[in-house]
Design a protein around this ligand. Structure first.
Ligand SMILES: Cc1cc2nc3c(=O)[nH]c(=O)nc-3n(C[C@H](O)[C@H](O)[C@H](O)COP(=O)(O)O)c2cc1C
Length: 172
């Protein structure tokens, strides 16, 4: 299975990355191919709503930046994982930019599964991110929801969370 992970955290050693690494390592160990994009380290602008993708572009975005790296694998992904710290009660701006730019290709051709990883400073701050995930990602794509894994920073880096994410990877 091809697994596309969009990690919205700018921290290379933060809680979100710990969750991503636990999942990705286990997924590769059982034979899945993981395409991990740390979108906060890439140059990805927001959607400019020019609608070229839906008029002349035949699903291609008019603008060239690092989003091209994600477009290259978008329709090859069997599973899409969104991972993000909670910023102001929602996903990071960097992840939002990448998500909005998927407006061009739209529903990924092969994806049948999605999951959401969240990391936050406080507990119980996940409602808006969950709504985006269920409404505009898992619901829109029509994918099986493989779970929402939400944790505060320390919990995100814990062995208990790593094991839950390894179990997810092994279950795919
Ligand atoms: C700009 C910004 C906004 C944040 N907003 C929230 C928030 O609304 N709720 C919350 O619980 N934590 C908030 N935090 C804290 C982060 O979610 C927390 O530090 C998290 O562990 C970061 O994940 P990371 O370690 O993967 O970078 C915010 C942090 C930043 C930098």
């Amino acid at each position: 299975m091809n697994i596309l992970i969009l990690n919205g955290s700018p921290r290379p050693h933060g809680g979100t990355k710990a969750m991503v690494d636990a999942f990705a390592t286990a997924a590769e160990e059982v034979g899945h191919e993981v395409h991990l994009f740390n979108v906060a380290s890439l140059s990805i602008a927001g959607c400019r709503a020019c609608e070229w993708c839906h008029t002349k572009g035949d699903g291609r975005c008019a603008f060239r930046d690092d989003m091209d790296l994600i477009y290259d694998v978008w329709d090859e992904a069997d599973m899409i994982v969104l991972a993000s710290p909670v910023y102001y009660g929602s996903l990071t701006g960097q992840l939002h930019c990448a998500l909005h730019r998927t407006y061009a290709p739209g529903i990924p051709e092969r994806a049948t599964k999605t999951a959401l990883f969240l990391c936050s400073g406080s507990p119980d701050v996940y409602e808006a991110s969950e709504r985006i995930y269920h409404g505009f990602v898992q619901g829109y794509f029509g994918t099986e929801d493989c779970g929402i894994f939400a944790a505060t920073t320390d919990e995100a880096k814990s062995e208990a969370m790593a094991e839950r994410l390894r179990e997810l990877a092994r279950s795919l």
